[in-house]
Design a protein around this ligand. Structure first.
Ligand code: GDP
Ligand code: IMO
Ligand code: MG
Length: 428
């Protein structure tokens, strides 16, 4: 099985980290191809809990080569902080490869992220404040700083000065902030150059050679389909392509190499930050999902918005990503509910709509049409075979599978590494 992609099929935090970790021992490379330290993946191994942001979750598996490829935006300070924290806990991070073409998030990106959000007031996106949007904006605007620029001080200085030229006008005259000194930025970036040098590589070449040699490469998406800058609920999205196509452009491997696309869905839905969310709950059911599922952001600690499973969104994700398998996580969280509503379609302006509406305004006021499924009360966290689940839990999964556009190949029944029911081998 050469190239496999894991993506979030909803609004993030579906449990991608756990799914990556599950495949860890059977893969050779794990690649983070989009986003940056806006991501937050919690992986539970035994009694140890790891929170990863910039590093791919596969770094926790011995022997796997972790790669940060060109599509990622890197806050170098955060990178070293995360590497040091893992090293202190005995994780071997020495194999990490970092693309020379990846872009850098620096002080002015973080500042701009925060001031633009503040200026948006009530209309803010609710970003993670990590400088993600401004760093990608610079990349597209062709004033970004890349990892390879750290090794040519002259070029680095020219680029930082060019990037700051306009930004300082904006910061001082519009946002009433102090100007940022190019010297400070250059000195800060150069201070990391020698430590970074041994990790920097032509990762596109390495990954293609690995695939040629028959190695298994797992591409681990950050964020999710509904946060994708092209296919998500724009403008309430992140600034990268977090869908499966991003794995190709974000790493330099041809799309034809990808054989499997694994979409991760929660058995319900959550979202962090602003933007439309048709099945959102504002009552005690929403509170139940938040506390039972411990739905608080790994990155910002914000309480996640919660709602019922939305089948049109799963179908949309299946389509946009070419999902071959779904992994459904957190089925255990639904234990104890008398009935479980599932959104099967929407009502928009009095009409039934089966698919996610293309118009954002329609999606904003889409009202979910629910079908109710009977719940279960038995503890399912130690179940490892599908047939051993309560009959109503089996029916819930099968009903969702029939509506979601692809088979559900694995089911999460708890946060731990082994708390999973595998129905179809994800790599077979
Ligand atoms: P990611 O960003 O997609 O990697 O997901 P996060 O790590 O942000 O959020 C998923 C959370 O759910 C983490 O705290 C996981 O430990 C937890 N989790 C994953 N799968 C399951 C599951 O099947 N059941 C339960 N109860 N928790 C799970
Ligand atoms: P993982 O990988 C959930 C959301 C933010 C905000 C929007 C834009 O853990 O699933 P950004 O800082 O990216 O410019 O913020 O995207 N967001 C996430 N929500 N999980 C994530 O990552 C997210 N990364 C960004 O809350 O609404
Ligand atoms: Mg997360």
């Amino acid at each position: 099985m050469p190239a496999i992609v894991i993506i979030g099929a909803q609004w993030g935090d579906e449990g991608k980290g756990k799914a990556t970790d599950l495949l860890g021992s059977r893969i050779d490379y794990v690649v983070k191809f989009n986003g940056g330290n806006n991501a937050g993946h919690t992986v539970v191994i035994g009694n140890q809990k790891y929170a990863l942001h910039l590093l791919p979750s596969g770094i926790l598996t011995e022997g796997v080569i972790p790669v940060i490829s060109n599509g990622v935006v890197i806050d170098i300070e955060v990178l070293f902080h995360e590497l040091e924290a893992l090293t202190a806990r005995g994780v071997d991070v020495s194999r990490l490869r970092v693309s020379a073409n990846a872009h850098i998030i620096t002080h002015y990106h973080r500042t701009l992220d925060k001031v633009t959000e503040r200026f948006l007031g009530k209309k803010q996106i609710g970003t993670t404040g990590r400088g993600i949007g401004p760093a990608y904006a610079d990349k597209i605007n062709r004033v970004g700083i890349r990892i390879q620029d750290l090794f040519d001080e002259n070029i680095l200085r020219q680029k930082v000065e060019a990037a700051l030229d306009q930004k300082n006008h904006l910061l001082v005259k519009v946002y009433n902030r102090r100007a940022i000194s190019a010297d400070e930025i250059v000195a800060n970036l150069l201070s990391y150059a020698e430590r970074l040098r041994p990790m920097v590589a032509d990762t596109g070449l390495e990954l293609n050679l690995a695939l040629d040699a028959g190695k298994t490469v797992l591409f681990e998406g950050g964020q999710a389909t509904m946060l994708d800058v092209d296919h998500g609920t724009y403008p309430f999205v992140t600034s990268s392509n977090s869908t499966a196509g991003g794995a190709s452009t974000g790493s330099g491997i041809g799309p034809g190499r990808i054989e499997r696309v694994i979409g991760i869905v929660k058995a319900y839905t959550t979202r962090v930050g602003a933007g439309p969310f048709p099945t959102e709950l504002f009552d005690e059911s929403g509170e139940f999902l938040r506390s039972a599922g411990f739905e608080f952001g790994t990155t910002t600690g914000r309480p996640r918005r919660t709602g019922w499973y939305d089948a049109p969104i799963a179908r949309y994700s299946a389509r946009i990503n070419g999902v071959t398998d779904f992994v459904m996580t957190k089925l255990d969280v639904l234990t104890g509910l008398a009935t479980i509503p599932v959104c099967v379609a929407y009502e928009v302006d009095g009409k039934r709509v089966e698919e996610v509406p293309v118009s954002q305004s329609d999606f904003h006021h889409a009202v979910p049409i629910y079908e109710e499924f009977p719940g279960w009360t038995e503890d399912i966290t130690s179940v490892r075979e599908f047939e051993d689940l309560p009959a109503t839990a089996q029916s819930y999964v099968l009903a969702i599978e029939a509506m979601s556009g692809s088979r559900i190949s694995a089911i999460g029944v708890g946060p731990g590494r082994d708390a999973i029911i595998v129905r179809h081998d994800l790599l077979g």
